[in-house]
Design a protein around this ligand. Structure first.
Ligand SMILES: [Zn+2]
Length: 87
């Protein structure tokens, strides 16, 4: 069982959380991008193996969002932070 450190509630079981995928920054201007480029920016992720940052919501707890660095191969957790500190 993966234990995630909610910044507000402390360590909790993974089943209390929802993952919203990797932290990314949209680098495409929606005013000038083609439909395909915009769809790619919104929906496609790298899905890499190894350490990366991803968004989590403590859905069955405080309902707050935070990011965490997690290794997708080992589930090792490293750093975490609040929205606005993800870049
Ligand atoms: Zn919480």
């Amino acid at each position: 069982m993966l234990i995630l450190p909610c910044p507000w509630c402390g360590p909790r079981e993974e089943t209390e959380f929802a993952c919203d995928g990797e932290v990314s920054s949209v680098s495409v201007d929606p005013a000038t991008a083609s439909d395909g480029a915009w769809a790619d920016a919104l929906h496609n992720r790298t899905n890499r193996k190894g350490m990366h940052r991803e968004w989590w919501c403590h859905r069955r707890g405080c309902r707050q969002w935070f990011w965490i660095e997690r290794d997708t191969a080992t589930n090792q957790l490293r750093n975490s932070g609040l929205p606005g500190t993800e870049s």
